[in-house]
Structure formats: structure tokens, C-alpha cells
Ligand binder design. Sequence first.
Ligand SMILES: [Zn+2]
Ligand SMILES: [Zn+2]
Length: 393
Amino acid sequence: MQHPTYQHEGVKTNSAFPIPEKMKAWVLGNPEELHLIEKVVPVPKRAEVLVRVDAIAICATDLDVISSGPPAMIQGGLPFNKNFTPGHEYMGTVVALGPGVDEFAIGDRITVEIHAGCGQCKRCRMGMYTSCHNYGLNYGDVDKGHRANGFTSDGGFAEYAINNINTLIKISDDMSDEEATLVVTAGTGMYGLTELGGLIAGEGIVVMGPGPIGLLGVAVAKALGAYPVILTGTRDNRLETGRELGADYTINVRKEDAVKKVREITSGKGVDYILECSGAPEAINEAGLMLNRGGKICLAAFPHDPALIDVAHLVRNNIYIYGIRGEGRSATHRAHAFMAEKRFDATKIHSHSFMMDELPKALHYARNRIDDAIKVVVKMPQRQAELAKSKTL
Ligand SMILES: [Zn+2]
Ligand SMILES: [Zn+2]
């Protein structure tokens, strides 16, 4: 029997997962202003499912969206006062299937990636759906169906969210909710490495910046067989976490000359790849000096101001630069495969948990790195009740 409160033409539900008509959701008001309100539970369309959000991690990009707007874009403009729900690094349970969906079943545990491109532009056709040419065009008479949950469509700081089936990854029961929220972060590192050349067994890499993407970038590079994997940063405890995730060498740039040290480690040659996750203004120049000729730089972070770059050095040395957005080319699936095989323990970067109604506090911890917060995870009451029940059985 279908649950009486949530019935929609062509949408499949299951009484084991009752869905209410309304849900709790955080929405963005003015900059820095979040309100917990009641919203109507959304309805999946063709190739979409309804996800009950079970846990969601906070990302630095969420903080940017909440304070200044971009890269979120709602109805062609800034995301403020548009009833918009941010949050994009979530996992949960499939609870309703849109018309024609048989790729997933109700009750499947899943984690998500963010971008479902329009599927019809040049880049989407190439698998580069995070660079969709129709970014944010999902309203009115310019509706191309683009979704980037938490950026151009409603995200996961809510009890339920809509996901295109192409943004879902089925996870096994032995992956914890917390770990599952980190798949997309590992996927970003994986996408960067994919764009640089894919398989990097035996090649040297420097990861600059031990934030969440940098730390999981280290883990993914190691799992791909890179050697040496060198991590640079300013804080010893973060560098230590990097070692636990697979860094062969770490360099504290406050204490040592990173370029000199990288040259020493590589017998003067330099590394093949740089994954730049620090956003420091000097990063590209330093990266250029750490590389061997013909090496490649992936930019996964950005300085807030324009940076002065020694272009001549890059040209003379045939150095390639790649900017990446998000987690394209299904990289999240490959990152998940490593995590499912326990090739690294992503939960080493999970530092704090809060409940959904404590979101402002959780954001405060993430923004100000209180108590050395790295990844802060927000948990949902429904799921916690379910977990408590299964423990007492
Ligand atoms: Zn993110
Ligand atoms: Zn597209």
C-alpha cells in the first residue's frame, strides 16, 4: 500500500519508507542567513529519484555559497532569498522512483555526486558534465534540465532531495554514512588525476595544500600507484594525516624550502604532476619549479585575487596547466571503488559531527576550523532513529 500523503503520477514508493508531504529544509535568506523551514517534499521526474538524506558533509564551497553566492546560480542569478537549499556532499537512501527508473530500487543506500549536466551540450556529450554549457539553465523557458544540487538546484541540507540517476553511486552496508559523504571529495581528486593523465603508477606527484581535497588527493594518487607522493602544507597535524593517507614525504613550507626539498627527493628531476589544492597566490610558480619538463599542473583551488605568474618558465619547460571543476567523467565512481576496497580510510579527514538542527554551529566549526575541524558531517534525525532501533533489535 502506498503511503497516503505522498502520491504522484508515475512515481513509485514503498510503505517500508513512508514519505511525508512536507519536510524540514534549510534555506538561504540574505548572505550568511539560513532558516530552517517546512518545504513540500519534491517529486522525481523521468530519470530521477527521491533521496532521503541520511548524512551530509560541509564543504568550503558551501561556505562560499552561503556568504557570497557563486558558484551557486539560481534562476540566472544570486541564490539569496529564493527558497534555495544549499549543501551538496550527501548520502542517503532511495525512497521514491521517478517514471521509468529501474536502475535503482527503493531502499538502496547511495552516495551522490553533484552535477547532472544537461546531457545535450558539447561538454556533456564528452563526459565533462561539470563543465556543462547550460550551467544553471533549469528554469522558465530556458530550462535545459541542468542540475548541480546545492548550486543550481536544491541540495542536501534538507530531509529529502531529488537526484538524477547518473549522480548516484550504490554503496554497501559496510561503508558508514560518514565515509559515504566523503566519496565525492575523493572523486574530485580522482577527476584531477584523470585530467592529468589517468594512470600514474610510478610517477611522482606533489599535492599542495592538505585540505579535504588535497588529503584525499594524496590517498587516491597513492592508490593509483604514484611514487613519490609528496604533500606540502603549513600545519604539522594536517601533514601527519596526509602521511596516514599515503604521503611518502611531507614538507612544512613554513619550516623548509618546498621547491628545494622536492628537487632533493627526486634527485634533482622534479615530479611529473602537481595537484594544487592550496589556492595560495604563489602556488603556480612554485608548482612550475617543482615539476620536471613536460610536467602537468592541476588547479583544484583558486586564490581569491588574481595571481602573478611566470609564464615564460611554464612555456620554456612545456608545462601544462589544467583547471578542474568538481568531479567530472564519473571520477566519483572510481574513487568509490578504491574506498569500497578499503584502499584508504577517508574517515581520517572526518573530524566532527552535528545534528541537522545544529547546522549553523556545524558551519561555524567548518569555517573557523574550530578544534582543527577538517570535514564536518551533519546527521539527519530519521536515520539516527533508524540506526538506534537496529542496535536494540
Ligand atoms: Zn564540495
Ligand atoms: Zn550540458
